[in-house]
Design a protein around this ligand. Structure first.
Ligand code: CMC
Length: 428
C-alpha cells in the first residue's frame, strides 16, 4: 500500500502519496496539492523539489556516491572511454562492441562543420568569449539540420545526437584557433575522439601534434567525469527549454549558457584564478581563509548543493592529476597550493560545520593546464563533457507524457494600483 503524508490546513486533513525511488530519497507527490488545497509550495533554488522522475544518474550527496545508469563513477573512470560513457548515458545501458563501432562511425561522419559555419568564426572578435561563441554556433547547427525538427524521424535524431557530440569538439577547437590566429585544423577520421580534439587544438600545418597516451587518457577522464550530474542548473535548463518542444540543438545551447556562470561550470576558471593569485603570494592561505570565513570571498571549488562529503569526481581527478604530472615529469606550483588550501580548509571548523568539501572543479583546472588547454577554454571543456548528459535528459524529458515546465510564484508585489496620467506622476 502506498504510504501517505498528511497535511493539515484550515481544519482539513489532506493526504499525499509518497513515491518510492529505486534507491535514494523518496518524494511526496504534490501534483494534486493546488487542486486539493489551493496552496502551492515555495522552494527557491529547488533544494527540496524533484522536478522530474529520472533513470539516468544517481547521486547520494551524504555518502559521496555517483552512478551513471547504475555504474559507479569510479568503475566508469577506470574502464570506459568518454564516447562509451556518452552512449551509455544517452541510450540507457552499456553498449556492445558493434554498437560502439556504429556510434564511433557516426561521430566520424559528423565531425566536419558545414563550410558556411566557418564564416561565423570570422565575424566574432578575436578576444570573443569562447562560451558565447560555442552556444551561438551550436544553436545555429539547427539551420544545417532542419530534418531534426521532425521529432518522429528516428534516424535524424540519431544523427543529430552524433552531430552535436562530434561537432561541439570541432567548434571548440576552431574558436580557439581563430582566437590565436592559427589556421583551422580539420578533424582526422583516423584518430579517436580525444586524440582528434588535441590534434585540432595543437597541430600546426607543418607539424602534426601527437598527444601522449597519458594526455589522451587524462582528457577522456576529464570529459567522462563531467558527462552528467542529474538535475543541476544547466541540465534543468536544457529540460525546461526542451519541455517547450524546443529542438535538441537549441536546448543544449541554452545549457551552455547556464553552465557559464561562476557558481556552476565557470567555477573551474574561478578556482584557477584563486590558486594563481595565491601562488603569486598576494596573500597566504590562512589570510585567504580568514576572508572566506568573513564571507568576503568564497573558496571556489569547495561546497556543493548535493554533496555534503567529498565529491567522488574530485577524488578521482585529484589522483589523475598527480599521476599525469608524474608521468609528464611536470611539477606545478598550483597543485601544491591546491593541496595546502584543501588541507587547511578541511581542518577548519567553518568548513567542517557546513560540510564543505572539494568539488569536481577544485582539481579540474590543473588537469586542463597540464593538457595545455588555455584558461578561457576551461568551461568550454566542461560543456564538451556535459553534452551527453544534456542530450540524455532532453530525450528523457521528451519521452512519455511531456509537460511544459512552468513554475508558480509567491507574488509579493503591489496589489491592484490606480493608473496616473503621465504628466501627473510624482517621483516616488
Ligand atoms: N566558500 C565559503 N563558504 C561557502 C562555500 C564556499 N565555497 N559554499 C558554501 N558556503 C557557505 C555559505 O556561505 C553558507 O554559509 P552560512 O550557513 O553561514 O550562510 C553555507 O556554506 C551554505 O551555503 P549555500 O550557499 O546555502 O549552499 P548552496 O548549496 O546554495 O551552494 C554552491 C552550493 C556550489 C553554489 C556553493 O557551495 C559555492 O558557491 N561554491 C563555490 C563555487 C563552486 O565551486 N561551484 C562549483 C560547484 S560543483 C560543479 C557544478 O555544479 O558546476
Amino acid at each position: 500500500m502506498t504510504e501517505q503524508v498528511k497535511l493539515e490546513y484550515q481544519g482539513k486533513i489532506f493526504e499525499f502519496p509518497v513515491m518510492r525511488a529505486s534507491t535514494g530519497e523518496e518524494c511526496i507527490d504534490i501534483r494534486e496539492l493546488r487542486a486539493k488545497t489551493g496552496l502551492t509550495t515555495l522552494d527557491p533554488g529547488f533544494g527540496n523539489t524533484a522536478s522530474c522522475e529520472s533513470g539516468i544518474t544517481y547521486v547520494n550527496g551524504e555518502k559521496g556516491i555517483l552512478r551513471y545508469r547504475g555504474l559507479p563513477i569510479e568503475i566508469v573512470a577506470e574502464n570506459m572511454t568518454f564516447v562509451e560513457t556518452a552512449w551509455m548515458l544517452i541510450y540507457g545501458r552499456q553498449p556492445t562492441l558493434s554498437e560502439m563501432k556504429q556510434f564511433s562511425q557516426r561521430l566520424t561522419n559528423n565531425e566536419l562543420l558545414h563550410e558556411g559555419l566557418l564564416h561565423h568564426f570570422d565575424a566574432f572578435p578575436a578576444n570573443g568569449q569562447p562560451m558565447s561563441i560555442l552556444s551561438a554556433v551550436v544553436n545555429s547547427l539547427i539551420c544545417y539540420s532542419p530534418e531534426i525538427m521532425d521529432t518522429t524521424n528516428e534516424e535524424a535524431l540519431r544523427n543529430a545526437i552524433a552531430a552535436i557530440i562530434s561537432k561541439v569538439r570541432t567548434i571548440a577547437a576552431f574558436s580557439y584557433r581563430k582566437a590565436v590566429g592559427l589556421p583551422y585544423v580539420y578533424p582526422d577520421p583516423q584518430r579517436s575522439y580525444c586524440d582528434n580534439f588535441l590534434h585540432m587544438m595543437f597541430s600546426l600545418p607543418n607539424k602534426p601534434h601527437q598527444p601522449t597516451e597519458e594526455a589522451i587518457k587524462a582528457l577522456n577522464l576529464f570529459l567522462l567525469l563531467h558527462a552528467d550530474h542529474e538535475q543541476n542548473c544547466s541540465t534543468s535548463t536544457v529540460r525546461i527549454v526542451g519541455s517547450a518542444e524546443t529542438n535538441l540543438f537549441s536546448s543544449v545551447a541554452s545549457g551552455i549558457c547556464a553552465l557559464w556562470g561562476r557558481l556552476h561550470g565557470g567555477a573551474n576558471v574561478a578556482v584557477f584564478e584563486m590558486l594563481q593569485s595565491l601562488v603569486q603570494e598576494k596573500e597566504t592561505v590562512p589570510q585567504f581563509i580568514e576572508r572566506v570565513k568573513k564571507k568576503e570571498v568564497r573558496l571556489m571549488g569547495f561546497g556543493h548543493r548535493v554533496y555534503k562529503t567529498f565529491d567522488p569526481r574530485a577524488k578521482v581527478l585529484k589522483k589523475a592529476v598527480l599521476n599525469l604530472l608524474d608521468a609528464e615529469h611536470v611539477s606545478d606550483p598550483l597543485i601544491e597550493k591546491a593541496q595546502e588550501l584543501e588541507q587547511y580548509a578541511l581542518a577548519d571548523d567553518y568548513f567542517k560545520e557546513r560540510n564543505l568539501y572539494p568539488n569536481v572543479d577544485f582539481y579540474s583546472g590543473i588537469i586542463l593546464r597540464a593538457l595545455k588547454i588555455p584558461l578561457n577554454m576551461y568551461t568550454v571543456m566542461f560543456a564538451i563533457g556535459r553534452m551527453p548528459g544534456w542530450i540524455a535528459h532532453w530525450l528523457e524529458g521528451n519521452q512519455g507524457i511531456r509537460r511544459l515546465a512552468r513554475p508558480r510564484q509567491l507574488y509579493i508585489g503591489k496589489t491592484e494600483t490606480k493608473f496616473v496620467p503621465l504628466d501627473l506622476r510624482m517621483p516616488e
